[in-house]
Design a protein around this ligand. Sequence first.
Ligand code: FES
Ligand code: FE2
Length: 463
Amino acid sequence: MSNQNDIPVKELRDEDLAEPLTYSVEPFLSRDYAEKEKDLLWPKVWNMAARLEDIPEVGDFITYNIADDSIVIIRIAEDELRAYHNVCPHRGRQLVNTPDDVNCVKGRKKNFVCGFHGWTYNLEGENTYILDKDDWKGSLEQKERVCLSPVKVDTWGGWIYINMDPDCEPLLEFLGEVDRILSPYQFEKMRYKWRQWAIYPCNWKTAIEAFMEPYHVAGTHSQLTKYGQFYAYSKPYGLHGVSGFDERDASQKTSQSSGVARAGLGDPRISTYELAKENYETVNYAASTETLVNAASRLKDELPEGTPVQEVMNHWMKSAKADDAARGVVWPEITPEQQSEAGLAWSLFPNQTILQGVTFALCYRTRPYGDDPNMCIFESYALERFPEGEEPDTEWVYAEPTAENWGKVLAQDFANMEWVQKGMKSRGFRGTLPNPHQEQKITNFHRHLATYMGKGHIDFLEK
Ligand code: FES
Ligand SMILES: [Fe+2]
């Protein structure tokens, strides 16, 4: 096992990620590293904490826990959020109890009363009541001493992000090009379709990396190769990264083939349907929509044999768009060039992934669980565009990692993650060998992680 922790972080450039590299496994395995993440990573990045639909009304709050920190996010006005550290300044009781077996705590309040001695705070975080305040001989007159500790909060795409660093860069700067490329998808207009979570036995990075590349499809989801090729490119955008479907043979490229809605192998009128249906049904009714699958099922009747791939794709999208319009779901205008640039799936540093379509998104987030680097909180949820008023009511459901709960494809992913965590500990493991074309999202992640952590290493493989 390579363990050269003292090697300083290399200043890798984007183009270096296309070279054969290796990164250290210490971030996945070391307790000391997990401890340091609490200081050097989580309080220094924008954390995706929740979605706006979690707190629709004024006074609604939701908690977000990351490592030892807990944050309360409150909607204090129709279009204004505040976030605070979830702790009472008196003697440190959590203001909102956050038990480990609950994914997040939600509620609605006019003010927050600490359960220990009753100190009280309004939605602006100001202290409004202290029993026997005079006992402190005037020293609690300073408002900053007795108010809640504020945390930066902002939103993008309907997600709520928090940052514990008071000097952090603005969220849009942190997101960089992600905003330009993904904003056309209008994720803020999508709503939860389902959301599930589990406590899973691997590091949070081992878990999120299982969803960073389609290179594993042939080996892990071999049933899918019957329907399509899963060769993919991957590339960095600052801290973040994207992957998209690619062709081993460049002459096969079509302008829309990089995303999940694409033609399969053989007659595209048939394979497009088979691929969309298979994706939809085996990825827990996500990664497509009922409208898209139904429209794809009609392609063989609506188009003559021999229709070129691009025409089949255009027809499919046009008829699905019309079907959705008829039920009140309006598609955003996203040009083929924009779709192509947006690719298949994004990893937003450090722990958010989004696999997007025009009317849906399949998303993951992973977080540490307790102090154990071998455990994580795994969450997945599907977003979709619904007709107004028909959005389903969803809550986080704890779901053991089985095919019954998560669908065949996710169960196949679960069937790797735990064993990757164990395998990386082998003294016979000579170090990682990520794919320079298809797994750049992962090497890019390690490059930036190493920068935040000030340790860990990425090296070029010797030829
Ligand atoms: S710890 Fe909150 S009032 Fe005492
Ligand atoms: Fe997978």
